[in-house]
Design a protein around this ligand. Structure first.
Ligand SMILES: Nc1nc2c(ncn2[C@@H]2O[C@H](COP(=O)(O)OP(=O)(O)OP(=O)(O)O)[C@@H](O)[C@H]2O)c(=O)[nH]1
Ligand SMILES: [Mg+2]
Length: 194
């Protein structure tokens, strides 16, 4: 897809603030610092529209980006960052539950995991949470540039097995560094934003 226009429209903390023009929506989910914001930037060819950081916990709100005046990407705060207080974690949980349970324009969630590591217990919970709400999931195994080419298949298998993925769900290896996987991702997303 050729992206001509990409803008942030709102950083929301509650449902009242979500855009209400009913464009289809694709959300990102994943561990803090896994590369969610980098994934969005790479897909839309912008260096830093979605703010990234080497420090975890950069994205704290639901950030809605309009793409080509046709659909939204929603950058979601990450989970699994140890230095987060119990109170903040509860706030995060409420925000997620509200978003994923109510948002009827949400067509697909892209769950991002790190291809180098076995998915964490939090990753498994996130995957199960999305299945529970019957939200279509695409798994992205990112940071592909960080592993040797001959390890790719083994690492992908570990992702599929650890998440106990539904055989109907896809996993796409990806790198925001080298753009590998980008075309395949756009082809996949195309089915959900019509
Ligand atoms: N080598 C490599 N580094 C990556 C890749 N994707 C992201 N990174 C790096 O990982 C770090 C975190 O990336 P972000 O995109 O900010 O991660 P995030 O998931 O949005 O993090 P939070 O907003 O904190 O939840 C940054 O230093 C990125 O440059 C990738 O595909 N390859
Ligand atoms: Mg982020």
């Amino acid at each position: 897809m050729k992206v001509n226009k990409a803008e942030i429209v709102i950083s929301a903390v509650s449902e009242k603030q979500y855009p209400n023009n009913r464009w289809p929506e694709i959300a990102l989910a994943g561990r803090s610092n896994v590369g969610k914001s980098s994934f969005i930037n790479k897909l839309i060819n912008r260096k830093n529209l979605a703010r990234t950081s080497s420090k975890p916990g950069k994205t704290q709100t639901l950030n809605f980006y309009t793409i080509n005046d046709a659909f939204y990407f929603v950058d979601v705060p990450g989970y699994g960052y140890a230095k987060v207080s119990k109170k903040e974690r509860e706030k995060w949980g409420k925000m997620m539950e509200e978003y994923f349970s109510l948002r009827d324009t949400l067509r697909l969630t892209v769950l991002i995991v790190d291809i180098r590591h076995k998915p964490t217990e939090d990753d498994r919970m996130m995957y199960d949470f999305l299945k529970h709400f019957e939200i279509p999931v695409l798994v992205i195994a990112t940071k592909l540039d960080k592993i040797p080419k001959n390890k790719k298949d083994t690492h992908l298998k570990r992702v599929i097995n650890t998440l106990e993925m539904d055989p109907d769900d896809a996993v796409i290896p990806f790198s925001a560094e080298t753009s590998e996987g980008k075309e395949e991702v756009w082809r996949y997303l195309g089915n959900y934003i019509k």
